[in-house]
Design a protein around this ligand. Structure first.
Ligand code: FPP
Length: 222
């Protein structure tokens, strides 16, 4: 969800105003995904690298997330959205963790759309965590190293319960992955748009899905 800062700067506003407007884009895209029948939507909301930002911006983002959850929870439930997170959420402030765990519990039985928020997320850290977890199983004698295959690694990633993404949308024209789902995106289709995230709406999502529909996916075959 890139471009919040640039959107705000372009309007002479504070960066946090861009994030606030970005939360409106989240609301609209969740509705769009429900309409399209998308089963999983993963939003890269906060990376481990984002902790390097000024404290006021970091805290502003955490409070925004808390407000978003408390305001949107009834609507998420009404739309059958199940909320989940990936990342080292233990790094988040206590009040943010409490808001998240309340919403995760409240939406746990919903079956419409799984909305996964990547928070304090780093794909390399995720892979490190998976390797450590596999090594512990080997050390305990529960896993033969020769049995470590792609499926075993996938089972140890934070995303173990979700399918690999079919489509990656990156806003604001940036052409990099920024430490996002490096393993999982191996055969994902990329869609890059110059639209800044705060301006991204359902129509832009439909456009991305239309473009995805025209792709020929060969997964390395012919
Ligand atoms: C990247 O844009 C965006 C973020 C680091 C934060 C994303 C958070 C939101 C959209 C807030 C709401 C989230 C939820 C889940 C309710 P940037 O700040 O790096 O933009 P720039 O590259 O233009 O500076």
């Amino acid at each position: 969800m890139d471009g919040n800062g640039r959107w705000a700067h372009g309007k002479g506003l504070e960066r946090l105003n861009g994030h606030e407007r970005g939360a409106e884009a989240v609301r609209d895209c969740v509705k769009g995904c429900r309409e399209l029948g998308v089963e999983y939507l993963t939003l890269y909301a906060f990376s481990t690298e984002n902790w390097k930002r000024p404290k006021a911006e970091v805290m502003g983002l955490m409070k925004l997330l808390e407000r978003f959850i408390s305001k949107e929870l009834p609507e998420l439930n009404a739309q059958g959205v199940r909320l989940q997170t990936i990342g080292r959420t233990s790094d988040l402030p206590e009040s943010t963790r409490a808001a998240l765990s309340g919403a995760i519990e409240s939406t746990a039985a919903n079956t419409g759309l799984t909305l996964v928020l990547a928070l304090s997320y780093s794909s390399r850290v995720e892979i490190v965590d998976a390797v450590q977890s596999l090594a512990r199983e080997v050390q305990a004698g529960r896993l033969n190293p020769a049995a470590i295959d792609e499926a075993a690694i996938a089972r140890h990633l934070y995303t173990r319960d979700y399918p690999d993404p079919e489509l990656l949308i990156r806003t604001s024209g940036e052409m990099r992955l920024s430490n996002f789902l490096l393993w999982q995106l191996s055969y994902t289709e990329f869609y890059i748009t110059d639209t800044l995230w705060p301006d991204f709406r359902k129509d832009d999502l439909y456009e991305a899905v239309r473009a995805f529909g025209k792709r020929q996916r060969r997964f390395g075959g012919i």
